[in-house]
Structures are given as structure tokens and as C-alpha cells.
Design a protein around this ligand. Structure first.
Ligand SMILES: Cc1ncc(COP(=O)(O)O)c(C=O)c1O
Length: 725
């Protein structure tokens, strides 16, 4: 895991010094305004190139007390950036004044200097520039503007300890500068803390009183003050840390430089520019991308913590609804709130960690489609092989068929094959010596050359493997069924969609020429209104240990039923039995109801004497038998409709006979009947990768099938109860 900020890493480097400093305070028990506070104030004032510093309880208090000291209050207006932490605004509100928001500068995300003047009114008393993310504002321009309108400048340097503008420390430009020592800051205490810096002696005296109950002398209270003092323990800790601050800031700058170098040109990322004359102290390293939310999730899924500073702009916060500000008035802030992402940043971050973050981001932005740039040819101008490199995961029962299909494709190269069984790897190596055989499929994901992965593993592993493949930026073709639950299916669809990746399920019957032929007949209304469909899928083994007969065999039939009927079913009823020692259902019959009284029955068994794979489709015009094990007569069409006639012999008993009006049975010649469905399926997958089209058996189709299987399973587990879909 790469944390956003690693406070422990820093503590480890200064543990002994901190221990000593804390112990000293404990020994002296001078907890309130003890000697370390005065010492720290002196040292921090010097660091900030100002005469006075006063330690207070937090950054928020620093701002609040500063405004109070300047006698800003009810009826006054204070200009602040719309793009800042809420505390900047809260401090204004605490005084009774109104915060006036100004949109952000699209270049540096700080207050837009060109938009301040239009907000100045007779009530405006002060401006609070915020050196956001550690980046110094242009203080020349800001001070000139403030002087022009006779406005006080209170700097919010809560994120910018040590940053300089033209070699002068931020916080020293305005009449007052405010700092926060919140633990995650560049200079962070081990609790809350803050400081006010100023060159104005009178203000310093006033602030000294304000932070201490408004009292110049114990028990004499001249003004309504506050209890807001920097804790002695925190001051002692800050004294230790202040010595290291310049180095830590330099390290942060170095990390930002590395991030910038490594991330330049990746995806649509906009990186923070570095003004080397006035560099940021990179409290935060903030990038922009239109795919912010997806990238954030991707990084989080891969163990990288990030942040958004800030996801909800001030004007949209509940606390500031009363300002009645419209997002349209702050287009830049609004856009930033949707596009910014803060990557891990702290002094102790190392290049290895940066590389992990960078590589994940690169993987995320890997171009999703258009893998074959030069269609038709598999060799590019440099003579380099342009074949799509694929990985196959699973070389058990069905995997070898895929391996062969991939090897036979002229557009692809089977670069990897993974299996958890060493004996399977030996088989791969024997058959395909050029293919890298690995026990760990993660090896495939780590190779940026691999664009797509075919997953032919046991069903229970589909979700996890497919998810990891998608998260690694690979297109995925997964064997049926897509996964075990509809929420898993939905998650896979979402991940694929967010990243523009192809997710296809191996619903092989959609690529079967006979099934396509029947579908044509249905579309052309030659079957008439469908009445019922009957599927049989029986054989004598092979029996699976990981799934029951339903999940093993029914996906094919459910795929066909959905394809032929072309609507979502209403409900299912199922019953099943387990006869073999595995305890799994070996025999299942399920009845799926659709609207218009159409019904699809499926009988599944892996303990039957012969292999039967047939489908009868009964329409009011024609009936069809599709017998998949019949090598020559796959489809029989019963050309005449049915009639119900009174049986002449038993007329008195009211018996009826259903008769076929004609014995006319036709056996159509089906185009491409010898085309191998697996080849068709795979070449459709490759077409989708190169053109960006959605597969006919996409994730949604996979989900539709999983939903029905889930419902059938539920009915089986609940005494054949009818389950609505
Ligand atoms: C820009 C800004 N202003 C003010 C504050 C308030 O500081 P504190 O949390 O110490 O009250 C912060 C701290 O998060 C900040 O980032």
C-alpha cells in the first residue's frame, strides 16, 4: 500500500529527538505557554523572515484571530478564493463578515488575480490569498491590488510553510500571515496547532491577548478573547521538526519533479507546472484528468491512496448555501472539483513508490482500442511485429482449444499461457515452445505488451481474474458463465466501461451457424409467434467438481433462449437432484417464463446414457428441431403448423388429437455450417478490439445470463419456489 501521507515514516527518522523534547516538557510540566512555545515562536518568526510569531491552537484560529485583530466583523466583506479549504471561509464567517468568493486561476488553481477587482465593494475590508497546495501566489500583484483599494491582506499560508515568492517567505507579505500545524502539513505537529506571523508590533500584542482570553495580565481581561494557545508539547515537537523543514520541502519538490518527468504525456493528465524561481513546496501534488473518479478508484483498487482537494467547492457546501452562489459563476473551481486528484506526496516518499504510482497511472491510460493501427498488415514500417499479444489463463479442459484458435489467428500472438498446474504448463511448452508458460497469471498483467486476456478457468475464479485483468488495462474474453453473481457481473461491466475496455463472454452458441440460421428464421417471422422452447443437454459426464450441472451446462441454453425470444424473462421454477457423491445437483430441470406465455424448459443432466444436445422451438407457423450432435442434419424444420382435431374414434369422450398438417420436413442447407464456432467467437473478439465495437456477447449479455442462472439456483435451493427475475 502506498499511503497518501506517511506520518510514521517521518516519525521514525526523528523519533529520538522527539522523545527527548516531549520528555523535557513532561519533566517540567509547563504545558500551557511554556518555554518551548516562546522559543518556537522566535524560531518560526525568524524562519518566516518576520518580527513576531504567536502560536495558536489551529490554522483556523490563526485566521479567525487575525481578522478579529484587524477588527473585521459584521457588515464587512472579505475576499477569499472559491477553491480553498473550508477553514478560510469559516474564519471570515466567525467574525460576522461575509466571505466573497473568487474563482480559481486555471493555470495555478490559486485565486484568479484578474477576477478580484470586480468583487471589491465599499464593504470589502480584506483579501485572504491562499497559497494553495504549497504554491505561492503572485504577491507583487496581489499587494499592489490591495494597496490600490486600501484592503488588508491576511495570508493563508496553512499549506505553504517555507514557500517563497521572489525569495521572500510567504506569510511575510500581508499584514498578517497564518499557518496550520495540522499533522499532515509540511510542518505538522502531533495534534492541532497554528501560528500567526506579523511585522506589526501592535497587532502582535493584540493577538497575544486575543489568544489568551483577551488578557494582557492574568485575570485582567480587556477584550473578548479566546482560549487558543499553541500547546507546549506541540511547540516542543515543532521545534524539532522546523530544523528539517527546508530539507523536507526540497525532497517534496524533487518528488514533484520526478512525477512530472515520468507522467508527461500520459493520458489526458494535466500536471502541475513548476515555477523554478518561485517553486511550490508541494504540500499537495495535484494532477487533473477528465477520468478523475475512475483513476482514483483504479489507484485505490491497487493500493494507492489519493485525495481530492477539494471535492465540493465552498459555494456548494451545506454550510455556505446561504451565500446563494451558483456553480456557473465559478467555472474553473467547478471543473477543478471534478478533475483534480492529489497523488501521494510526503518527504519520505521514494522513487520506487513513485514508480509504482506512475506505472499504475500509465496502465490506466493505456489506449483501449485501435491496437492494430495498420489493418491488414501485421508488420509495421519498422518491420516490427504488430500482432496483438494475448495471454491465455487456464489450460485445463477448454483452454487448449483456445490456445489452438489463438495460434491459428494471423492477427494474434499467444505470448503467455498461465495455469496453476505445472503439468499443464509442460503441455503448453511442448506444444507452443514460443509461448511463455507461467504459474502466476499476474505475470501476464504486468506485461504492458499484452493487450488482451482470454480466461478459461473454473467459474469460481472468473470474477477475480477478470477484474484484475480489467484493472490492469487488459481487454477480456471470459469463458461462460461470466461469473457467479449479478453484482459481480455489474462490477466487471462498470470497470470495463469506465476504462473503455472490451469485456466479452464466451457465449459460443451465438457464433454457431445453426443458431444464427434459426435466429434469422425467427426475425423473418417464418416461425410465427413463439410458443415454447425445449432444451435438452444431457450426457454421461464429464462431471465437474467446482460447479453443479446448472452452472456447467445451462449457460448455453439460457444464451440461446434469450437470443431467440429476445426479451427478459419474468420468472423461473426449477427442481433438481444430486445423485453422485459430490453433493452437487447432477440433474436439473428449469422452466423459464417469458411474456406472451412463452416458456423455455431446460433439462440438464450429466448422468444420462447418451449425449443429447437439442432444442425444439415451437412457433405457431413452424417448428424447429436443432440437434447439435447430429453431424449432417443439424436443423429440421417442420414446415406446417399444427391443428387440433377431434379424434373421430373417441369423439364421445371429447378427446382431441393434435396433428401435424403435413409431414413436410425440410432440412435446410446452412451456410458456413462447418465454420468452427470458437473461431468465429474469437475473431469477433479481435474485431471488437480493433474497431472498438461492443461484442454481441458483452458484459450485459453475460449479466442477463447470470441473472437467470441465479434465479434458477434460488428456486432449486428453495423447494422449487417460483422466483421472479
Ligand atoms: C488552506 C487552509 N486554510 C486553513 C486551514 C485550517 O487549519 P487547521 O486545520 O489547523 O485549523 C487549513 C488546514 O487544513 C488549510 O489547508
Amino acid at each position: 500500500m502506498i499511503p497518501f501521507v506517511d506520518l510514521k515514516a517521518q516519525y521514525q527518522t526523528i523519533k529520538n529527538e522527539i522523545g527527548e523534547a516531549v520528555n523535557q516538557v513532561l519533566d517540567q510540566t509547563n504545558f500551557i505557554l511554556g518555554d518551548p512555545v516562546a522559543k518556537f515562536e522566535e524560531e518560526f518568526a525568524q524562519f518566516c523572515q518576520v518580527k513576531y510569531c504567536l502560536g495558536v491552537a489551529s490554522g483556523t484560529d490563526a485566521l479567525h484571530l487575525a481578522l478579529r485583530a484587524l477588527e473585521i466583523g459584521s457588515g464587512d466583506e472579505v475576499i477569499i478564493p472559491a477553491n480553498t479549504f473550508v477553514a478560510t471561509a469559516l474564519a471570515v464567517s466567525y467574525t460576522g463578515a461575509t466571505p466573497i468568493l473568487v474563482d480559481a486561476d486555471p493555470e495555478n488553481f490559486n485565486l484568479d488575480l484578474n477576477k478580484i477587482e470586480e468583487k471589491i465593494t465599499a464593504k470589502t475590508k480584506a483579501i485572504i490569498p491562499v497559497h494553495l497546495y504549497g504554491r505561492p501566489m503572485d504577491m507583487d500583484k496581489l499587494i499592489t491590488l490591495a494597496q490600490k483599494y486600501n484592503l488588508q491582506v491576511v495570508e493563508d499560508a496553512c499549506q505553504a510553510h517555507g514557500a517563497t515568492w521572489k525569495n521572500k517567505k510567504v506569510g511575510s507579505f500581508g499584514i498578517i500571515g497564518c499557518f496550520s500545524f495540522y499533522p499532515g502539513k509540511n510542518l505538522g505537529a502531533y495534534g492541532d496547532g497554528g501560528a500567526i506571523v506579523t511585522n506589526d508590533e501592535a497587532l502582535a500584542e493584540k493577538l497575544k491577548m486575543l489568544r489568551n482570553y483577551g488578557s494582557p495580565k492574568k485575570y485582567y481581561h480587556d477584550t473578548l478573547g479566546y482560549n487558543s494557545r499553541l500547546d507546549t508539547l506541540q511547540a516542543a515537537i515543532l521545534r524539532v521538526k522546523l530544523k528539517y523543514l527546508p530539507d523536507w520541502n526540497n525532497q517534496r519538490l524533487g518528488h514533484a519533479k520526478l512525477y512530472n518527468e515520468k507522467l508527461t504525456g500520459v493520458g489526458d493528465l494535466i500536471l502541475p507546472s513548476i515555477d523554478w524561481a518561485n517553486p511550490s513546496v508541494f504540500h499537495l501534488y495535484v494532477v487533473r484528468t477528465k477520468k478523475r473518479d475512475a483513476l482514483l478508484k483504479y489507484l485505490s483498487d491497487h493500493g494507492v491512496q489519493t485525495g481530492i482537494h477539494y471535492p465540493v467547492p465552498l459555494y456548494s457546501l451545506g454550510a455556505y448555501k446561504h451565500l446563494n452562489r451558483r456553480p456557473e459563476d465559478f467555472p474553473i473551481t467547478e471543473q477543478l472539483s471534478q478533475e483534480i486528484l492529489s497523488l501521494p506526496m510526503f518527504a519520505e516518499l521514494n522513487e520506487e513508490q513513485i514508480d509504482i504510482v506512475v506505472n499504475l497511472i500509465k496502465q490506466f491510460f493505456q489506449p483501449a482500442i485501435n491496437i492494430l493501427n495498420n489493418q491488414g498488415s501485421s508488420i509495421d514500417n519498422d518491420g516490427r511485429d504488430q500482432k496483438i499479444k494475448l495471454g491465455l489463463i487456464g489450460y485445463g479442459y477448454w483452454g487448449p482449444n483456445f490456445a489452438r484458435t489463438i495460434k491459428e489467428s494471423t492477427d494474434c500472438e499467444l505470448k503467455y499461457c498461465a495455469d496453476t498446474k505445472a503439468e499443464n504448463l509442460t503441455k503448453i511448452k511442448e506444444k507452443y515452445p514460443q509461448t511463455v508458460a507461467t504459474l502466476n497469471y499476474q505475470d501476464i498483467l504486468a506485461d504492458p505488451e499484452v493487450k488482451a486476456v482470454v480466461i478459461v478457468t473454473p467459474t469460481k475464479t472468473h470474477f477475480e481474474i477478470a477484474k484484475n485483468c480489467l484493472l490492469a488495462g487488459k481487454h477480456v474474453l471470459v469463458e461462460k458463465p461470466l461469473c457467479y453473481t449479478s453484482w459481480e457481473a455489474r462490477e466487471l461491466i462498470n470497470i470495463a466501461d469506465e476504462r473503455g475496455l472490451t469485456l466479452m463472454v464466451g457465449h459460443i452458441f451465438l457464433f454457431n451457424p445453426a443458431v444464427r440460421y434459426i435466429k434469422e428464421l425467427i426475425i423473418n417471422k417464418e416461425i410465427g409467434q413463439l410458443r415454447h422452447l425445449h432444451f435438452q443437454r444431457r450426457n454421461l459426464g464429464p462431471i465437474r467438481q467446482d460447479v453443479n450441472v446448472l452452472w456447467d451446462l445451462a449457460p448455453h441454453d439460457v444464451v440461446m433462449a434469450l437470443n431467440f425470444i429476445n426479451e427478459t424473462p419474468i420468472s423461473v421454477v426449477a427442481s433438481g437432484e444430486s445423485f453422485l457423491p459430490s453433493g452437487l445437483y447432477d440433474v436439473v430441470s428449469a422452466s423459464i417464463k417469458f411474456s406472451n406465455n412463452i416458456i423455455a424448459n431446460i433439462i440438464l443432466s450429466w448422468i444420462d446414457p447418451i449425449k443429447m444436445r437439442d432444442v425444439t422451438i415451437v412457433g405457431d407457423k413452424k417448428m424447429i428441431l436443432f440437434d447439435d450432435v447430429n453431424p449432417s442434419e443439424k436443423i429440421k424444420i417442420f414446415n406446417k403448423n399444427i391443428d387440433v382435431v377431434k379424434k373421430a374414434t373417441d369423439a364421445n369422450f371429447g378427446e382431441y388429437q393434435i396433428i401435424l398438417n403435413s409431414n413436410e420436413i425440410s432440412i435446410p442447407a446452412i451456410a458456413n455450417i462447418n465454420k468452427e464456432p470458437l473461431k468465429e467467437e474469437f475473431s469477433h473478439f479481435i474485431d471488437c478490439l480493433t474497431t472498438g465495437q461492443r461484442p454481441i456477447s458483452d458484459g450485459e449479455n453475460g449479466l442477463a445470463v447470470v441473472k437467470i442462472l441465479e434465479a434458477i439456483q434460488k428456486s432449486l435451493d428453495n423447494n422449487s419456489q417460483s422466483i421472479n427475475i
